[in-house]
Write a protein that binds this ligand. Structure first.
Ligand SMILES: Nc1ncnc2c1ncn2[C@@H]1O[C@H](COP(=O)(O)OP(=O)(O)OP(=O)(O)O)[C@@H](O)[C@H]1O
Ligand SMILES: Nc1ccn([C@H]2C[C@H](O)[C@@H](COP(=O)(O)O)O2)c(=O)n1
Length: 274
């Protein structure tokens, strides 16, 4: 079953449970019909409770959907705005890890262009938070400038809120968990990653990339980069080892041009979630 079909099926289940009208169901059937044409190749293992329903729904004849399509398709319902939370345990999460400058953000941008995934960068969320004017915001700014890891209660709350606000179920979480405290705090929420996409890259290559990034980041300077590398080796690599022992790490050699790296990444995603 594809990422898109799972999203759609879970929306249908909630709609049915929450008493959506027949019209809403018909409208979503139209949406499914159009999605069948543009289906991404992403798939993951069977075994979800919704799989049987998905099979039934995806086998609906196109004619069943045609009248609604002719009348024009309504915009998709944003469950978050409608006040319905997506259950945390039904979220599909991939952690994207690797050293600073290994190319996590670059590859995530390519992934969201191809697959039905929401990209959440922990670093981006924290940078936005540091402009919030709160005490927390100032603490985050100071810690990022020093290459330190922000306390998990801040980062996990930002990630959880961003996931809920998206109204979606499938996420690339980039740059998280960075240390054992991050990992344990996330585990306590009841969510767990399907797999870890790990970008392996030599320090010298990452340093050169960071020094040439030119995005005005307060931490892209020689002194902070050294600190970030130290934190990565001492605090983040043990997390990758932890997931490796669980057989959850999918590793990519990131010291190649972005398109070559992406063709490897795509292969790893097409293995699905099993
Ligand atoms: N495969 C690549 N080859 C050459 N340059 C790359 C490659 N991937 C990314 N870059 C460049 O390297 C810099 C860092 O990339 P990116 O921001 O994707 O890394 P990151 O792992 O997300 O970094 P950080 O953890 O610091 O946010 C960017 O300027 C990007 O354009
Ligand atoms: N889980 C995280 C992720 C990021 N940070 C802070 C510390 C990092 O040096 C900085 C930049 O992150 P990046 O954009 O390089 O992923 O943000 C953190 O404290 N905890």
């Amino acid at each position: 079953m594809s990422f898109r079909s799972v999203t759609w099926v879970s929306r249908q289940l909630r709609s049915a449970l929450q008493g959506s009208t027949a019209a809403a169901l018909q409208r979503d059937s139209a949406s499914l019909a159009s999605q069948q044409v543009t289906w991404s190749r992403m798939s993951f293992g069977a075994g979800l409770a919704a799989a049987g329903l998905a099979t039934f729904v995806t086998s609906l004849p196109q004619a069943d959907c045609a009248p609604a399509m002719e009348k024009g398709q309504a915009p998709p319902i944003n469950l978050a705005k409608a006040g319905f939370a997506v259950p945390k345990t039904s979220r599909k999460i991939v952690f994207v890890l690797g050293g600073p400058g290994s190319g996590k953000g670059t590859q995530c941008s390519r992934l969201v262009a191809e697959y039905d995934l929401v990209h959440l960068s922990a670093g981006d969320l924290l940078r936005a938070h540091m402009k919030s004017g709160t005490t927390d915001g100032q603490m985050v700014a100071d810690m990022i400038k020093n290459g330190q890891i922000v306390p998990s209660y801040v980062t996990v709350n930002l990630l959880d809120k961003a996931m809920a606000d998206s109204g979606k179920t499938q996420f690339l979480i980039d740059g998280f968990p960075r240390n054992e405290e991050n990992r344990a705090a996330f585990e306590k929420t009841g969510m767990e990653p399907e797999f870890i996409l790990f970008f392996n890259c030599p320090e010298a290559v990452m340093e050169k990339r960071l020094m040439g990034r030119n995005e005005g980041r307060t931490d892209d300077n020689a002194e902070t980069i050294r600190k970030r590398f130290k934190v990565f080796l001492e605090s983040s690599m043990p997390i990758i080892d932890y997931y490796n022992k669980q057989g959850k790490v999918r590793k990519v050699d990131a010291d190649r041009d972005p398109s070559t790296v992406f063709s490897e990444v795509r292969k790893l995603f097409e293995q699905g979630f099993e």
